[in-house]
Design a protein around this ligand. Structure first.
Ligand SMILES: *Cc1c(COP(=O)(O)O)cnc(C)c1O
Length: 370
């Protein structure tokens, strides 16, 4: 009998979350209310050094409203990585601005400051790095590029709850930062997003934009959306916030075990001063093409019952939806990473037996492939 499948990701939702949801349902008040307000304050204190946070209904909404609140719109260019989830570029495009794709640095898969510098034009208004897989982007170097060209910096921290660089938490560097609360992220509210705001002005505008432009009912100040979080989702998120640090520690311990025992692959590098929270544990099969890599993913699943993921197989500048923004663009490090990466399970539910099986399986598959 083949062993049970080890899933690539596994959201942890338990009795505490159910009790919290029941409390909200029993109150009869389920839309945005006191739970959302409490969640915003607790998230701000815990995750982003007391910054003002505004909760919304998804991470994508958080990026969209953060950009709109920062005045990004038609005629503007925002430099983003291509090696990320499409939400990053989508949010820019939805404001009417142009996403401009820059390359990544090969060690940590985050925006390469030199590629960003080369992409700056007189229309560039901002840089939006992604702290991909839970590893912080090189914020000091990116800030230096931004300062040299008078640009804003935003952060897509969707995958990086609690990550930091030289003791400074991600989500505290940019004019705004966004955290996703989707179920497979390091913590969840069901669906949801949190915007960490660099000024009270941005915070007020994100609050207005999520609520039809209203602060006072029926006194609409600007054109907005309904991107509110519900109290049901906030109640789940508040419970998860009390647990996420323990889960992150487990992710880091799991990563250390994989680092020490995997053979013949490039394990994830951690930059000096960086705290990696391992949303994904992403290895490279050096020199592989996409077909070879995909065969290894299939062998892990079919022969060993080890789930894994490829994030992301198609760079954003090659997607049907976004390619028109980047005619003829070549991003060599992005293309190479898209062919070589495999994300192995690293989630906090893994047992010691699971971890051993992942190591044995990957080492066998890589050896057979070599
Ligand atoms: C998940 C994710 C998003 C979008 O978050 P949602 O909550 O799914 O809308 C944006 N950027 C990155 C890098 C993500 O991983």
């Amino acid at each position: 009998m083949s062993p049970a499948m080890i899933p690539a990701a596994k959201p942890i939702i338990g009795d505490d979350e159910r009790v919290a949801v029941d409390r909200v349902l029993a109150s009869g008040m389920v839309a945005q209310g006191p739970e959302v307000q409490a969640f915003e304050a607790e998230f701000g204190d815990h995750m982003v050094a007391g910054r003002t946070c505004v909760a919304v209904n998804s991470g994508t909404s958080g990026l969209h409203l953060g950009l709109l609140a920062s005045g990004i719109g038609p005629g503007d260019e925002v430099i983003v990585p291509s090696f990320t989830f499409a939400a990053t570029g989508n949010a820019v495009a939805l404001t009417g601005a142009t996403p401009v794709f820059a390359d990544i640095e090969p060690l940590h898969f985050c925006l390469d400051p030199e590629s960003v510098r080369a992409a700056v034009t007189d229309r560039t208004r901002a840089i939006m790095p992604v702290h991909l897989y839970g590893h912080p982007a090189d914020m000091p170097a990116l800030q230096a590029v931004a300062d040299g060209a008078n640009l804003l910096v935003f952060e897509d921290a969707a995958q990086a709850h609690g990550a930091s660089l030289n003791g400074r938490k991600v989500g505290t560097f940019g004019a705004f930062g966004m955290f996703s609360l989707y179920p497979t992220k390091n913590m969840t509210s069901g669906e949801g997003g949190m915007v960490s705001c660099g000024s009270e002005d941005i915070a007020r505008r994100v609050r207005l934009l999520r609520n039809q432009g209203m602060e006072r009912q029926y006194a609409n100040e600007l054109v907005g959306l309904n991107n509110r979080m519900t109290d049901i989702h906030a109640a789940i998120g508040r419970v998860q916030l009390t647990k996420v640090d323990g889960w992150t520690k487990k992710r880091q311990d799991n990563a250390a075990f994989l680092d020490a025992n995997l053979e013949g692959v490039i394990t994830p590098a951690v930059a000096p001063g960086a705290a990696h929270v391992y949303h994904q544990y992403t290895i490279r099969i050096s020199g592989a093409n996409a077909e070879e890599r995909n065969r290894m993913v299939a062998a892990l699943r079919e022969e060993h019952g080890v789930g894994s993921g490829v994030y992301y197989p198609i760079p954003n500048h090659r997607l049907e939806s976004l390619a028109s923004y980047a005619p003829g663009l070549e991003l060599p490090e992005t293309e190479r990473a898209a062919a070589e990466v495999i994300s192995l399970p690293v989630h906090p539910s893994l047992t010691p037996e699971d971890l051993s099986r992942i190591v044995t399986s990957v080492n066998a598959v890589v050896k057979a492939g070599a």
